[in-house]
Write a protein that binds this ligand. Structure first.
Ligand code: ADP
Ligand code: MG
Length: 252
């Protein structure tokens, strides 16, 4: 069974078919890329998996659960985390604070439970702290730990955005354009982070990315979308050589 599968998924915004009868399957341990020109429907696919949008038809299954039966806030509990194309961090809070807030969205206990089981809550608090500190170490963010987001260069913010998603210890990580706006060196670093996330943390990654250089280095499998529909799927080399993909990219 695939970790994540979409079957015949369609989503429309008024008259625009943003995603058209799309089927795809991501296997556990893979790094899978969605590529395609602007407006192809890539972010919309992420928004359906994270349940911000509901497809008009088709099904989305994660680890045997039908995601369409669940609300957006429940998706994280299944072990799905995401980053956003436009970084979504609290500007005036520090790196550490942003990551702790990210973790708190995943806390297991309710307020009543917190009052009844204060000891267990302190234990959970320690677990949160530990998970966050681990990710800060893992992504070499110690030098920025107590710096406010507003004072950080863009490249570091992208890593913090990644850290926020990782600190929830997901099984599936959705990365929306992890390299956009990064320099050549920063993109190279992002490549190593994604490799390490897969190899050392054992996390499956589904990413949207324009940088085909990065995609061919880091991904096992690529699906090219255009106008919401699948153009081609295969290894990075197969997809890049596919005539329909070349045509879509050259806009001829
Ligand atoms: P990509 O991420 O591949 O650039 P999107 O998924 O953002 O593409 O968009 C796919 C299509 O859906 C585009 O035509 C876009 O204009 C449209 N679209 C996306 N989000 C919305 C929305 N919230 N309301 C209306 N149209 C949208
Ligand atoms: Mg997008």
């Amino acid at each position: 069974m695939s970790l994540l599968s979409l079957d015949g998924v369609t989503l429309k915004f008024g008259g625009v078919t943003a995603v058209n009868n799309l089927s795809m399957a991501v296997e556990e341990g893979q790094v899978f890329a969605l590529v395609g020109p602007n407006g192809a429907g890539k972010s919309t696919v992420f928004n359906m998996i994270s349940r911000f949008y509901r497809p008009v038809s088709g099904s989305i299954t994660f680890d045997g659960h039908n995601l369409l039966n669940h609300k957006a806030h429940e998706i994280a509990n299944f072990g799905i985390a995401r980053t956003f194309q436009n970084i979504e961090l609290f500007e005036m809070a520090t790196v550490l604070q942003n990551l702790l807030v990210g973790r708190h969205r995943h806390r297991r206990s309710t307020l009543v439970e917190q009052m009844l089981f204060a000891g267990r809550v302190r234990q959970e608090e320690r677990e949160h702290r530990h998970a966050v500190e681990e990710v800060i170490d893992f992504l070499d963010l110690q030098p920025y730990r107590d710096t406010r987001i507003a004072g950080l260069p863009y490249g570091v913010r992208k890593v913090v955005e990644l850290a926020r998603a990782l600190s929830t210890k997901p099984r599936l990580l959705l990365l929306d354009e992890p390299a956009s706006g990064l320099s050549v060196e920063e993109t190279q670093d992002m490549r190593w982070w994604i490799d390490d996330i897969r190899r050392q943390m054992g996390i499956t990654v589904l990413m949207v990315e324009h940088d085909m250089g990065l995609v061919s280095k880091v991904c096992d499998r690529v699906l090219a979308l255009a106008d919401g529909a699948k153009l081609a799927e295969g290894t990075p080399a197969e997809v890049q050589a596919h005539p329909a993909v070349i045509e879509a990219y050259l806009g001829t």
